[in-house]
Design a protein around this ligand. Structure first.
Ligand code: SAM
Length: 279
């Protein structure tokens, strides 16, 4: 990757020449540390087509184009398109699409014949809806994304910890998540207020029987976490609009204490509980 793409003086000068001002709303913190895009790209190979959401100034895009079969980059800010065209003029395997990643059918953008994957430094304000859409699509493997460290902790949290919640359970239903490395604020311009982490999500495949339990397990976890302070019995009764006695009976039959809190139940626990709440 051309080191000029992460050189702070070059980035500022080129952006100024285009009359560009950073947008906080669009989460525009561009990478200014050449090691980070190179390391993120090193997890991919020529058999993969990689979707990047928010190419920005193009540093990660350029690194990905060097190692992947194809790169599809979706950028919402149309002011960045002329800059991307100049910065990535040599990338023959790149398609840049102007658009909002939240409104596009992302799987349909990927070329045939290559394994679809995702690599991105996600805009912070839309991290959760974008990750949710990517995981729900069941198309991309792996998904390697930079997120706020706080989000990374939530994605990988253990039951019983304050970070453990509905997003942890949702993620665990479709992927195995691990934190690859942290990235300090100094690695970006402008500097964000918080540390970032690069996380890797590898698709999980359940057998058909288990897969059919996933929607119910998610409903149960959402109901439990919607009222974190309540006991599991009370939270599920309120969240699922079921009589308290019926919930207590089902929890006991499944081997769970109705007085426990939802935050102590593991993702596997919600799956086994789902057998007793599936119509
Ligand atoms: N990839 C670049 C990098 O690492 O230096 C820029 C990352 S910056 C954190 C996020 C990028 O996502 C910005 O370029 C921003 O304009 C873009 N963006 C924000 N919301 C978006 C959306 N809904 N769809 C597509 N791109 C978006």
């Amino acid at each position: 990757m051309d080191k000029l793409l992460t050189d702070p003086r070059n980035i500022r000068a080129r952006l100024a020449a285009h009359g560009f001002a950073f947008s906080k709303r669009l989460g525009q913190n561009f990478l200014a540390d050449s090691r980070v895009p190179d390391i993120m790209a090193s997890f991919f190979d020529p058999g993969q087509a990689v979707l990047e959401i928010g190419p920005g100034f193009g540093a990660l895009t350029a690194a990905l184009c060097e190692v992947c079969g194809a790169v599809v980059a979706v950028e919402k800010d149309k002011r960045l398109l002329p800059l991307l065209k100049e910065n990535l003029a040599d990338c023959q395997n790149l398609t840049v699409i102007e658009g909002d990643a939240l409104r596009l059918d992302l799987p349909s953008l990927m070329p045939q014949g290559l394994r679809p994957a995702v690599c991105a430094n996600l805009p912070y304000s839309v991290t959760t809806p974008i990750l949710t859409a990517l995981l729900e699509s069941g198309t991309f493997d792996p998904i390697i994304v930079m997120v706020q460290r706080e989000v990374a902790l939530r994605l990988t949290a253990c039951p019983g910890t304050p970070e453990y919640g509905a997003m942890t359970v949702f993620t665990a239903m479709s992927a195995q998540c691990s934190v690859l490395f942290d990235v300090p604020p100094e690695s970006f311009i402008p500097r964000p207020a918080v540390t970032s982490s690069v996380v890797r999500l590898d698709s999980l495949t359940f057998d058909v029987g288990m897969q059919t339990l996933v929607p119910t397990a998610l409903r149960l976890s959402r109901a439990a976490f919607a009222q974190r302070r309540k006991t599991l019995g009370n939270a599920l009764s309120a969240g699922l609009a079921l009589p308290r006695e019926s919930v207590t009976e089902r929890l006991k039959a499944a081997g769970f204490d109705p007085g426990a809190r939802g935050e102590t139940i593991s993702p596997e626990g919600y799956l086994s509980l789902a057998r007793f709440f599936t119509p």
